[in-house]
Design a protein around this ligand. Sequence first.
Ligand SMILES: [Zn+2]
Length: 662
Amino acid sequence: MDLDAVLALPPFQALDPTRVAPLAAAMEECPADTDDEVARQDTDAEVMVVVLEGRLQVGWRDVEDGLEYVGARLGPGDFLGLSEILLNVAHPRSAWATEPSRVALLPREALLAACAGDPVLSTALYRLVAERLNTMAAPVGARIVDLARLKLDESLWGLLSLANIRKYRALPLARNGRVLVVGFANAGDLNAIDDVARLVSGYRVRAVALDGGEFERFLRTRVVPVLERVRPDENPRDRWFQVVSQKSTDVRLVDAMPSVAPEERGKAISGEMVVALVNRLIGEALELAASDIHVEPSEGELVVRYRVDGRLKRRPEPLDMRFHAPLVSRLKALGRMDIAEKRRAQDGRLSVEHGRRQIDFRLSTVPTRFGEKLVLRILDPQTILIDLERLILHDPTYQAMRWMIEQPQGLVIIAGPTGSGKTTTIYSALMRLREDEINIVTIEDPIEYTIEGISQVQVNDAAGVSFANSVRHFLRQDPDVIVVGETRDPQTASTTVEAALTGHLVFTSLHSNDALGSVVRMREMGVESFLLAHTLVGVVSQRLLRRTCPHCRQPTTYHPDLVQPLGLFGKDEGVGGFTFLKGTGCLNCNYQGYKGRVGVFESLRVDERLRPLIAAGETMIVIEKAAREAGLFLPLREHCRHLLINGITTPEEVARVLFVTD
Ligand SMILES: [Zn+2]
């Protein structure tokens, strides 16, 4: 194939043309007609396939339950076979064209020969594989059963009444001895799975996920005629909503519910329906352990997405746009926001009781082309307030952090990109310090969670409450510990250092990539080297990794060529392959193989041995070398290695934080 054409393909775009040339020489274009298979499950990958035109469907048969699952649809620029060839494993899935398509094929030998002759190319491709492994795991319901491709035993449907099939959105699919495979259109609903298991007593229920839309269609066209209880005038969306309304959830809104705006009355959406919908969405989010709920109007429907372990997952079933206006009005009223203002972004807060817990939400609205978008951020103390010892699982790093927070004065920087859990780390440190009965004040934007016994102030630029002038104000109130939510400008940087210089322990977060980079970042913001040297007691830099699901983790062997580029292990380690624990997917983790997240930290302690170097404005390399020799620096890789060896995360996740920049 033409080199320029190959360089335009996503997998090769970032590479140097001279590196891609041998690959391009070996690549060939070829047509794939509808139903032509380009990869077959359990066979060796002889070629890497890049889609040029058309669509491919990925699917596989599960050895455990014998069912066919469908995965991603591939379009132009998508590819498969690269990881299988590099990792020397068989195709885990099949792929076939669903329309006349064109693909580019790269033979295995050519790919391996090019990699063997060019370590830079092979590292780049392994990195790509690591990124792909992550994105492949991302979509919700990765193991969705394809009803259309399944041989179904209709006699099993009668095990549930039609009312229960609708109520639980569940359908018995197959039976194997005492094991009954039941498809659920909402596989995250564990209560439904429990209830269905009770209803079909005598069987052990194995739950699999169904696509919501496909379930509704299948129910209407196949199941209902079989079970012969058709109610033709029923609108499927309303029917779904009746189920929602009937379902008792233990979520209830703490504040009194104001009624829906008058202009919304008489449009078939009642106040109770909105309350039920809000409860349902919140209940689902808590069940999924989501951190945010996004409600986005689009053309014709209201899309709901949940952020779970840092990734946005689309709710399989969108909502009717008729819910948009009453939902926005209700939530804005609860968040004490201006209901009439629809063209300006707003922020508010609200609380719900879930079981015995009260859960706070931060609500924000943003105007979009199709109306206001809502984002509910769940401020769950169980995820925000974590004991430092449970937060930092690597003991040497934990000890380093303890040393920092036990200093009577000085500056502690928590560094990392947005969404790396910096706030949680600062809160964990404060929870520890709070026990000492000292005066702690914070200035934050926004206040993520209210902590008893600590004075927290919200930045409000319009009202003249900035990070910098709040710190000056605090200094007059004789605090022991000051938290400056984020140092993002020279003025805040100098005020922060000034506070640390005058006998206070100061914590701040900084948007920077690593511990040593934070020293440079502070200098760039105009802090004099000698002041920084005199005040800095430590820097902790962090990232979040997805945590391997403890319910389905299994020893998995990785080829050394995938693990060694991570730089965590010696050349003599893992010669025959590395075995780590990896989640295989189960109901507990919604078939993601990951459940929850875990922090990975790099730490730099600063003591008298490093101060002269920082004061002299030495380079990062010089400071790092001295810090390593003095045992003051614990690199991110060491922490990653610890988590891998202990089965807490996977090489794919480690590769993501080490190689993929945010
Ligand atoms: Zn699991």
